[in-house]
Design a protein around this ligand. Structure first.
Ligand code: GTP
Length: 844
């Protein structure tokens, strides 16, 4: 403990003075032994300190790696951030309550995605209710400084915007950690004196220096940061001010980077916040190492007098942003005003890394009811900085800084009032509280250096890792849940729907194909039969009326035309029945689609059967040889002659059969050898008609035979005489028969001619094929329409399926990533927690 009256530390002389053991020199041998032991102890502590420093450096590097990893992950798959919708004024200290609210209440409210992921806040609560971590560092409340008008807008942002904010925050942390590393490695300590406007910060700094260096004023004055540095060590013992312009990078060896002013100019310079960003105030403190805080012989201490917190937003932001560069915060609060909102916010922000904040309750002399003031302040400190409250004797001080210099002879206005004078004279012996404060400050900065210098870094890393743990836990749970939800959705809804539509599509495609095939072959058969039947009916009868030999050519032409037209009309008939059938089938196909796809089926095309078969049917007329030949009019035949003779048609056909049966050749080859054989050859049961026919034929046969035998009897002379008239008779009969047969012969012959040409052309097949092909073409449209609709539906479901599958994959990747990250974070936390600083009280 530093005892100002003694000018040294009582009982714990473990502070080095410029590398040597300090301020008590025992002359006895016991003292020498003690001194050796002490040296050993200090060396050991130094070793521990260095090890802790290295460990912290390492963990900073690893935490930076984790942050980079998170930033990358966040850019690929936005990280869920449980934004707080609570009034951020109430969560200044990132209280447990605030965190619970954050995790339990807002998780499903604020993020659309979170609510989509259907996170059960209760599920999160169950986990470690007692040990619910808090967002101390990664809190995104977008509040700047003490602007109470600023509302928390994070809760109203979408996932992407929050992800971007988070990315910024993570990148800031990287920067912060790198600064922290510099601070850990830096052998000097920066003591940051801040507090509300007019709280007496400058007066307090002056009191520490025992000199009126910084201007004190009842009006707000310090608006530029003043860094008070030991001139002896850093500026060749020259007392002066280096005023650094805004935006300028300070380099003590480059005079162009600053302006040099005498100390007395500080009165004016501190107001020039529009010109200068920092005033480096080099002062000499010629007091003893034991008395001087700046020149303590142990480490370089820089005292920073900051502008009042509630001066303006810019200054306040500046003060807040200095956090990352400073090792120790001395917060000066006006005993008359207690903690303002800005003060609370500043201490809350500092708590992210600094477990201990020196709280100087200044202007205590003005307080009448001192106990009441103490109680009230302590109550507030308990909330604001619990660790400082726990060790209040060391960290909370009620003082009157103005009295320190006021009571000193000469007012402490120059460096020479230093060590050579009696330093006790520079203090007001009536303010032991200030002595206590000074001693605690020295002890904390110089002796408990591991705590004052390294602990903030450790606390910061731990807090950051805790935040990362919260973030990872929340994300791990969300992604696990999201993966499960999406899997359920895929398996329960999307995949079955997809399979169903695929199955239906295949089935419908099959049905449609079969229907089209059936229709086409039906149409083909119908058309072919129709044409062939029409053809087969030709030739049996006259198709136009015969109007005598004088109109023979017209008769022939018309017969020919009617025959061709009949064929064409049969083709037409086939086409129109094909149209009707196709139309029905188109409706059937469309119904397939409508019945299966319902509203999804888009029937934007109207089928118009009138448009079918509008092309020229065929070129039959052109192809047929329509030249009428003389022979076309004659077609002598047994049948026609019989018909001409007036024998009924059915009788003629029966007779022809008999003729075939009994024709001479047949008869000759089948003459029975004997009567028995003949008897066998005669049918046992003969119809009357047959018998009748046979009798007639036999009569005719006998007649011919008679004629034949008669011809043997006829002598050539006789023949010569009768042949002429016979031939004339037969010729006349034939001519007469032929002329009379013309009306039947022509259609018969023409029919044969047309038939043979048509068969040659394969006309029936060609037309039936053409008609069925057109039907197929027409049916292909609705078929394609239905199948396209199916494809659209399949595509839609496939897109949905693929989207889900991708989301599941992403959720799985994220889930695994956060599981892995949690592992790394936990390892890192363990590692940092194991850095034991409390037991390392050493100096560089
Ligand atoms: N009674 C009393 N007055 C004090 C004490 N400390 C400072 N003052 C007075 O309070 C006023 C403000 O002091 P400063 O030191 O200028 O306060 P500050 O916090 O530095 O002010 P800004 O830099 O402008 O924010 C001055 O008039 C001081 O004399 C104290 O302990 N007791």
């Amino acid at each position: 403990m530093y005892v100002p009256e003694e000018g040294g530390f009582a009982g714990d002389a473990n502070t080095l003075v410029d590398g040597k053991e300090g301020f008590r020199n025992g002359s006895s041998s016991k003292g020498l032994l003690n001194s050796k032991n002490q040296g050993l102890k200090v060396s050991l502590q130094q070793l521990n300190y260095n090890q802790s420093k290295l460990a912290l450096d390492r963990s900073i590097n690893q935490t930076v790696e984790l942050l980079y990893e998170l930033v990358t992950e966040n850019s690929v798959r936005p990280i869920f951030y449980p934004a707080s919708a609570e009034d951020s004024n109430n969560v200044l200290l990132n209280s447990r309550k605030a965190h619970l609210a954050l995790v339990r209440q807002n998780i499903s409210i604020n993020s659309k995605s979170l609510s989509k992921a259907k996170i059960d806040p209760e599920a999160l609560k169950e986990d470690d209710d007692e040990d619910v971590p808090e967002f101390k560092i990664l809190k995104l409340n977008l509040k700047v400084g003490n602007n109470s008008q600023n509302t928390d807008i994070v809760s109203s942002l979408d996932k992407q915007s929050i992800a971007r904010l988070l990315e910024q925050r993570l990148n800031q942390q990287v920067k912060y950690l790198l600064n922290l590393k510099d601070r850990v490695d830096d052998t000097s300590s920066k003591v940051f004196v801040t507090g509300d406007l007019n709280a007496g910060k400058s007066t307090f700094c002056n009191a520490l220096l025992r000199r009126k260096i910084l201007p004190e004023d009842q009006q707000p004055c310090t608006s530029v940061f003043c860094e008070i540095i030991d001139a002896k060590k850093e500026n060749a013992s020259i007392e002066e001010v280096h005023a650094i312009r805004i935006g300028q990078e300070y380099n003590i060896r480059d005079e162009t980077t600053y302006e040099i002013h005498p100390l007395k100019n500080l009165e004016d310079l501190v107001y020039e916040c529009d010109t200068y960003s920092l005033l480096k105030v080099y002062v000499l403190d010629n007091r003893t190492f034991q008395e001087s805080l700046l020149r303590n012989g142990v480490i370089d201490i820089k005292l920073i007098d900051a502008p009042g917190l509630n001066m303006d937003l810019y200054q306040t932001t500046q003060v807040f942003s200095r956090q990352e560069e400073i090792d120790l915060v001395v917060f000066v609060v006006n005993a008359e005003n207690h903690f303002t909102l800005s003060a609370r916010e500043f201490i809350a922000a500092a708590a992210a890394e600094k477990r201990y904040v020196f709280i100087v309750v200044n202007r205590f002399d003005n307080i009448r009811d001192k106990n009441k003031c103490i109680n009230k302040i302590m109550e507030q400190v308990k909330d604001l900085s619990p660790d400082s409250h726990k060790d209040a004797k060391e960290f909370v001080h009620f003082v009157s800084s103005a009295d320190v210099l006021d009571g000193s002879p000469g007012g402490g206005d120059g460096p020479d009032d230093g060590p050579d004078d009696n330093s006790d004279n520079n203090r007001n012996p009536r303010d032991p509280n200030f002595d206590q404060l000074e001693a605690s400050l020295r002890k904390f900065v110089l002796e408990k250096r591991a705590i004052s210098k390294l602990l903030p870094a450790k606390s910061y890393i731990i807090n950051l890792l805790n935040d990362l743990k919260v973030l990872s836990t929340v994300n791990e749970k969300i992604y696990a849940q999201e993966k499960q939800d999406k899997l359920d959705e895929l398996k329960g809804k999307v995949a079955p729907k997809y399979d169903e539509i695929m199955y239906k599509s295949a089935a419908i495609s099959d049905s449609i194909t079969k229907l089209v095939e059936r229709t086409c072959s039906e149409v083909y058969d119908l058309a072919k039969n129709d044409i062939l039947t029409t053809l087969s009916n030709f030739g049996d009868h006259q198709v136009v009326r015969y109007q005598g030999l004088q109109n023979l050519y017209e008769y022939a032409k018309q017969t020919q035309k009617v025959m061709i037209d009949t064929i064409l009309s049969s083709v037409q008939n086939s086409e129109s029945s094909a149209k009707t059938l196709t139309s029905q089938r188109v409706d059937e196909i469309i119904k397939f689609g409508q019945n299966t796809l319902g509203e999804e089926f888009l029937n934007d095309k109207v089928f118009n059967s009138d448009l079918m078969f509008t092309r020229r049917r065929d070129t039959i007329k052109k192809k047929l040889d329509d030249l009428i030949d003389f022979t076309d009019f004659f077609d002598p035949s047994f049948d026609s002659m019989m018909l001409w003779l007036g024998i009924p048609k059915d009788y003629i056909s029966g007779t022809r059969q008999q003729l075939n049966y009994y024709n001479p050749a047949t008869l000759l080859t089948s003459i029975p050898k004997n009567t028995m054989a003949l008897k066998e050859q005669i049918p046992t049961q003969l119809t009357l008609h047959t018998l009748y026919s046979s009798t007639k034929l036999l009569t005719t046969g006998a007649l011919i035979r008679k004629l034949y035998s008669l011809s043997h009897l006829l002598k050539p002379q006789v023949l010569k005489q009768i042949i002429g008239p016979i031939l004339l008779g037969v010729g006349g009969f034939t001519v007469y028969y032929l002329i009379n047969d013309i009306p039947n012969a022509f259609p018969r012959k023409q029919a044969r001619k047309i038939k043979s040409q048509i068969y040659e052309m394969d006309y029936a097949h060609v037309n039936a094929d053409r008609i069925s092909k057109e039907c197929r073409q027409v049916l292909n449209y609705p078929s394609r329409q239905v199948m396209n609709n199916f494809q659209t539906s399949i595509d839609k479901r496939n897109v949905e399926k693929e989207r889900l599958e991708k989301e599941i994959k992403d959720a799985e990747i994220s889930h695994n990533y956060f599981l892995g990250l949690l592992d790394k974070i936990n390892n890192q936390r363990e590692f940092v927690n194991e850095i034991d600083l409390e037991n390392v009280n050493t100096v560089d």
